[in-house]
Design a protein around this ligand. Structure first.
Ligand SMILES: Nc1ncnc2c1ncn2[C@@H]1O[C@H](COP(=O)(O)OP(=O)(O)O)[C@@H](O)[C@H]1O
Ligand SMILES: [Mg+2]
Length: 396
C-alpha cells in the first residue's frame, strides 16, 4: 500500500526508517496500553504507557511475574482463546494497582510475523472513570426503582385496606338494614297490631259515642291501617324477609311488583321458576344491586320500561338490569368504569361484585343502559319451598 506524506514523497509500508520512528512515537504517545506476547506468553513488545504502568521493563516477562495468580490465569485463558479462534476478542477486567482498583477494557487480536510465528497483540484502555460513572448511575437507578417499588407496595396496601374497609362497610350496612327492618317489623309493627286490637274493643262500643267521636274513630282506623302498611313497606324494602326465607328469586319478584306500583316503570321480569338458593352473601348482594339499578332507572334514565333477568348455571349466576332510557353520558361512563367518578351507588355495586370475585359490565348509550353482573357460585342448593321453612341464618 502506498501513502502520500505531506511533503509529497511516496513511501512504502515498513520500508522507510522515518515511518518506523513515527510508528514508535505513535505507540509511545498512545494513552492506550499496547503490547505483543509470543505464544508462550512472553512480552516481546510493549509501549511506554504499559512500561510506566509497571515501573520496570517487562520485555521477556510473563503475566505470572506481573500479576496475581488469578489475573495471570485470566490472561492466559484470554490469549489462548484469541490464538485458538484466530479472531479479535474484547475483555473487561479489574486489577488492583498502587493507586487503587482499575478497570481495563482490552481488545486482543492474533498477530503473525513475516515468518509465520503467532503472537497475541493487545490494546487496553483504562475505563475506570467510565465504569465508576456507570456504577453510580446504576446504583441511583436501582435506588429509584427501589423507591418506586416501595411506593407501589404502600399504595397497593392502602388500596387493599380501603377495599377491605368498603367491603366491611357494605357488610355492616346490610346487617344494619336487616336489624332495623326486623326491629321495625317486630316492635313497632306489633305495637300497631296491639293498637288495632284496642281500637277494635272501642269500635265494639261505638254505638254509644257521639258523631264527632265516631268520626274520629273511623279516622283512627284508617290512619292505623296506613301506619301498618307504611311500616311493613319500609321494613320490607330495608330487608325483605323473603330474601332470608325463600331466597333471591321470590324477593326479586316481590320487590319488582312493589317497585312497579311506586314508580311508573313497567318491569319485565325473567327469573327461572327453578332458581336455586345461593349463599346469603350472594343473594343479599344481588338484591341490593337490583335495588340500586332500579332506583337509578327511576332517578336518571327517564325510561318507562326496565328488564330484570337472572340466569344460573352450576358455576355462575348472571344478573342483568336494563332500561330503554337516555343512557349514562360517555364521559361519566368512562369515569365510572375507571372508578374515579362513579356515584356511591355504582361504586357500591362494583365493590360488592369485586368482593365476590365477579365481573361487572356496564353498557350504555342513548338507547339505554344494561348493567350485567357475573358472579361465580360454588355449591348451589336445591330450591327451598316455603313448606321447608326458613334456612339457617348465616350472620356476617
Ligand atoms: N340507568 C341509568 N340511566 C342513565 N344514567 C344513569 C343510570 N344509572 C346511573 N346513571 C348515571 O350514573 C351516575 C352514577 O350513578 P350512581 O353511582 O348510582 O350514583 P347516584 O345515583 O347517587 O347519582 C348517575 O348520577 C347518573 O348520571
Ligand atoms: Mg344511584
Amino acid at each position: 500500500m502506498q501513502h502520500h506524506t505531506s511533503s509529497g514523497q511516496q513511501e512504502t509500508d515498513g520500508e522507510s526508517p522515518h515511518a518506523r520512528t513515527l510508528f514508535e512515537a505513535f505507540m509511545d504517545h498512545s494513552p492506550a496500553i499496547t503490547y505483543v506476547k509470543d505464544e508462550r506468553g512472553r512480552y516481546v513488545y510493549t509501549n511506554r504507557a504499559n512500561a510506566s504502568r509497571f515501573g520496570m521493563p517487562i520485555s521477556g516477562k510473563t503475566d505470572a511475574e506481573l500479576f496475581s495468580p488469578e489475573l495471570a490465569r485470566q490472561h492466559q485463558l484470554q490469549d489462548a482463546k484469541v490464538l485458538e479462534e484466530g479472531q479479535a476478542q474484547e475483555f473487561t477486567e479489574t486489577s488492583v494497582e498502587d493507586d487503587g482498583e482499575h478497570t481495563w477494557h482490552t481488545i486482543k487480536f492474533p498477530v503473525r510475523d513475516v515468518e509465520g510465528r503467532r503472537f497475541v497483540g493487545a490494546m487496553s484502555f483504562d475505563v475506570t472513570d467510565r465504569k465508576r460513572i456507570e456504577d453510580e448511575l446504576r446504583k441511583t437507578r436501582d435506588q429509584q426503582e427501589g423507591h418506586i417499588r416501595e411506593r407501589t407496595q404502600e399504595l397497593n396496601q392502602a388500596n387493599g385496606s380501603l377495599r377491605q374497609l368498603s367491603a366491611r362497610l357494605l357488610g355492616l350496612q346490610d346487617e344494619e338494614r336487616r336489624r332495623i327492618a326486623r326491629e321495625l317489623h317486630d316492635s313497632v309493627g306489633q305495637m300497631l297490631v296491639a293498637l288495632g286490637l284496642n281500637l277494635g274493643s272501642i269500635e265494639g262500643e261505638a254505638q254509644g259515642l257521639n258523631p264527632e267521636l265516631t268520626r274520629a274513630l273511623v279516622e283512627h282506623r284508617a290512619l292505623l291501617q296506613d301506619a301498618i302498611n307504611e311500616v311493613r313497606i319500609v321494613s320490607y324494602i330495608l330487608h325483605p324477609p323473603l330474601l332470608d326465607e325463600t331466597g333471591l328469586a321470590s324477593a326479586i319478584r316481590w320487590y319488582v311488583e312493589g317497585f312497579e306500583e311506586r314508580s311508573d316503570v313497567a318491569v319485565q321480569l325473567d327469573v327461572p321458576a327453578n332458581f336455586s338458593r345461593l349463599s346469603q352473601e350472594i343473594e343479599t348482594a344481588l338484591f341490593r344491586i337490583m335495588q340500586e339499578c332500579l332506583t337509578n332507572i327511576v332517578r336518571h334514565s327517564h325510561s318507562k320500561t326496565a328488564g330484570v333477568k337472572v340466569t344460573q348455571t352450576e358455576e355462575q349466576v348472571v344478573f342483568t338490569v336494563r332500561d330503554a332510557g337516555r343512557g349514562i353520558p360517555r364521559e361519566k361512563l368512562m369515569r365510572i368504569k375507571q372508578l374515579s367518578g362513579a356515584g356511591v351507588g355504582l361504586r357500591g355495586i362494583k365493590e360488592r361484585v369485586r368482593e365476590l370475585g365477579g365481573i361487572l359490565d356496564i353498557e350504555s348509550d342513548d338507547t339505554g343502559t344494561i348493567v350485567t353482573v357475573n358472579l361465580p357460585v360454588s355449591a348451589i342448593e336445591p330450591p327451598i319451598t316455603p313448606s321447608q321453612g326458613c334456612p339457617e341464618e348465616k350472620q356476617a
